[in-house]
Design a protein around this ligand. Sequence first.
Ligand SMILES: [Zn+2]
Length: 411
Amino acid sequence: MRIIAIVRLLIRDDPSRTAQLRASKTALSLGTSPNSKEGKILLLQSLQNKTGMKYKIEKNIEQIFSRFLSEGKVTIRLKIPAHDIIISGDPVELKGFLKLLKSALENEEVKMPTVVARKTMHVLPPSNLRLAFAGRGQFTATTSLPLATKELSITNNALLRFDPRIGRLKFLQVLDLSGNLLSSLSEELSSLNVIELRLRGNHLGCTNNFRWMKPGSLRRSLKYLDLGKNQLEHIPCEVTRFFELITLKVDDNYLTNLPNSIGYLSKLRCFSASNNQLTVLPSSIVKLNLTTLNLCDNQFMIPELNFVDPSRLLKVPTLKNAASKIVIKASIPHYEGHTPLDVIYHLCSAFYCICRKAVFDSKCTYVLLYSLRNISSEFFYDSSSDHLIPTRFGVCSSACYTKLTNIAAAL
Ligand SMILES: [Zn+2]
């Protein structure tokens, strides 16, 4: 019997070697060795280990941890060598695999086919499975979802909840769940390597549960995200931690503002926030370098002059704000697991002055008309002021305040 799963080896007597081993897609074969002295064996073959790793199984399995079998997780502990084989795969396939393994262990007479290492090119099946279920009732709890699925589309299916089996599709690159009734997604999504995620036309704004945006491999893989038409009143600043994003769509929601840190998305090229209730943009947008920007059907208004009280600018800043300014000025890396979350959120809340210095006091801000021509080669914006859009800038000093008021007066 042969199954494909994600396998990680734990070498119990050498933790440093374990640290170097990564989980990889592996073919697990169970059968009899062509070498009669070895008897029944378990063979592991992966692209990293093309010749394969053979384990004798008779009287050599110390324990099988199968408590989480229903979630597709099993660990086989061997006596010699002192390895733990940590397997993550399709629960149905794993169940069959364990059944055969147990019967081989309990009954010496059970005959098993001969296992030989396959040639490299045949080791693993290609992960190019594309599955599409369009329309109500096309996808149900009993629909098969093979582990090798690369593209999955479940659209207009009236799905009420995120199917937990999707969280196990480790090879998934494209996930389209548009046009369903989802109000939240599973946290397990954060550990997938999805490149394209389409969620348009769901109800994510009903719960505002964005735990699927927590740190994980999704943060490093996602390039396309569509959150359009989800009744969203805000988008969390976590969205600006998906640093690989090239396209971000948040059209047809109820957004009144964008995260201050939107300018952190340095690879973003297409941004679309049409049909919302935006009145002003955060100043970090000046850092963006877009090819397409769509801001039609919002509520941008030419701002009234909102004078900053210059005496506020001369106040001694709090220690927290002073330190945050230094972190931003010196481009000191800050990320989850390394920097406390509340510090990250504080850094994300910065406004930027026209001199590009960070400002943390929202009372020291000034709304100025800014030209979209500076941030995008093509833009869609339905205003009589053509390319000028209200943007909230921080004011870092009396000198910058004077510059800002002069620019505003010249417009
Ligand atoms: Zn300044």
